[in-house]
Design a protein around this ligand. Sequence first.
Ligand code: SF4
Length: 294
Amino acid sequence: MPDKYTAVWVSHSSIGDFIKCPRSYYLHNMYKDPKTGHKVSIVTPHMSLGIAVHEVLEGLADFPAESRMNRDLLALYEAEWKKVSGKKGGFLNDEEEMGFKARGTVMLEKVMSDPRFLVNKCIKLPQDKMPCNFYLSEEHNIILNGLVDWIEYLPETNSLHIVDFKTGKNEEKDGSLQLPIYILLVSALQNRKVTKASYWYLESDKMIEKELPNADTARRDVLAVAMKVKDARDTAKRDGPEKTFICPAGAYDVVTKEGGCINCRPYEFILNGDSAVEFVGVGGFSQDMYVMKR
Ligand code: SF4
């Protein structure tokens, strides 16, 4: 019988970290501060904007389709923004914060003026305290977990349209495993077929429909990376993380303070107690949150 507590849990973000580099994966997903026992995380204004806008939009799925858009999205946004306001949201000062907040307001105003499929029926995947999850491989004790932003129900075909809200300016790269992971999650956790997938770029208000990945290919590709993650974690148990999760390109040097890249340097600062980062509180998943001093 597989044991969820000893399983390797993978998600779109942890797999993305591992693909970038194994050390980035270690820093973002495994390292725990020996003093607090908590994982660590860097908060940025972009992340805070994304969280506040996502919370407003995803929260709409709790209301009936007919009355969903009667809700005051900007008032909901105001309430969500309070949770990320100030230093804990990674904002340097009021001016920077107001600039990011205004971007979210414009995104939601565009949604209100053309809510597209938000007025149609949607479904939610079963979920308890953990994000939606299922066994990607019982044999290897690997669980895939994640949250799909929105799942529209398409009555004509009794099928589903999965949608990812994008608050950043960058378009998802070709070859990203995001859609394959969503297809696997949705297919494993309910019975209807996914027949459509889109990214909604909220800032430019552009919907981009994506070609649906084949489910078998998706499983093969995601499992291939997940197996590498599991192997690396097993090796780390034997050899230690410092010898296992190695930078393939000019690691940060704690003595000279040189090297590293945007994905790891702030985390290396945390590990080394560098004054370039500042602790701003404990997050919702009991992770120690830091901001980069700028
Ligand atoms: S500098 Fe090296 S360790 Fe840091 S994220 Fe880039 S590749 Fe990984």
